[in-house]
Write a new protein. Structure first.
Length: 279
């Protein structure tokens, strides 16, 4: 299938971008430094929780930056440089081009998140151990049970990273839809606007419904139908809690929700790219 060849090429292009390594390397250095700083919370549990929260938030931000830079390089730059003409002049249809670009981005982001999960978990363990050791006189039981605490933290981390990846994949579909039609600056603005609104879509739609007008109801419907509810994929309190874990059923629901919006985003990209003049 020709779209798979395009996906493989997009995957390789993503890892040829120096900015990707700058983003990932910077995040690792940030967590390594922050993990050794005092966090001035009320308890050791809150210290560890804050470090886990920062790790997952950093992963989401890194994924977003890689997604938009990768989409711009893989699609916008190719269109503006007329490289896409070479691709489409071969027996490659436009839908294969769009689908292949998204699959390549999704695969690259999945590999990046898998690597970040391992590295961030190691940094989390390091930060946890240094904090617990500094307060060993107050929390001797945490030193004794560190292996259990570390295993629980790792279990929480991979679940949080999966939900973070699903958010980024939805945003990647948005980035592809923007880049096939809009210039780079507009694509970036729309991308980050969807990210911000997506985390407040439920609040905004509730406020519109409570207005009690026909216009408010219409706005609420548009917001909930068009904008992905990214906050619905954010289970940070459950992920980072001391005792609870996100149930695998929630992960399955998140996967189904993300796949639905990824499919919708790719479909919009196909419609936008269908009549664009590139040849």
């Amino acid at each position: 299938m020709r779209s798979l060849s395009i996906a493989r090429n997009t995957f390789r292009q993503m890892f040829h971008l120096p900015v990707v390594y700058v983003i990932l390397g910077g995040s690792v250095v940030l967590l390594a430094v922050v993990g050794q700083l005092p966090r001035f919370t009320m308890s050791m549990v809150d210290d560890i929780r804050m470090l886990k929260d920062l790790s997952i938030a950093t992963a989401t931000l890194c994924g977003m930056l890689v997604a938009i830079f990768g989409a711009v390089h893989a699609i916008t730059v190719e269109i503006e440089n007329w490289t896409v003409v070479t691709v489409l002049s071969k027996p490659v249809s436009r839908w294969e081009f769009v689908v292949g670009k998204f699959l390549g981005l999704a695969l690259g982001l999945t590999v990046i998140f898998a690597a970040l999960t391992v590295v961030y978990t190691l940094l989390l363990w390091w930060g946890m151990w240094t904090s617990i050791w500094d307060y060993r006189g107050i929390y001797p039981e945490m030193v004794r049970d560190f292996s259990k605490i570390a295993a629980k933290a790792a279990d929480q981390m991979w679940r949080g990273m999966v939900l973070s990846l699903l958010q980024v994949l939805v945003l990647s579909a948005v980035a592809v839809a923007c880049c096939v039609r809009a210039p780079m600056i507009i694509s970036v603005v729309i991308f980050f606007t969807v990210f911000v609104v997506g985390h407040f879509v439920e609040v905004l739609s509730r406020a519109a419904r409570e207005a009690g007008t026909v216009l408010g109801g219409a706005v609420a419907w548009v917001l909930t139908a068009v904008i992905p509810d990214l906050e619905g994929l954010n289970y940070s309190q459950e992920v980072l809690g001391a005792d609870d874990l996100v149930h695998t059923g929630v992960l399955g629901w998140g996967l189904a929700y993300a796949l639905m919006y990824c499919g919708a985003g790719v479909l919009v990209a196909l419609l936008l790219f269908r009549n664009r003049e590139v040849i």
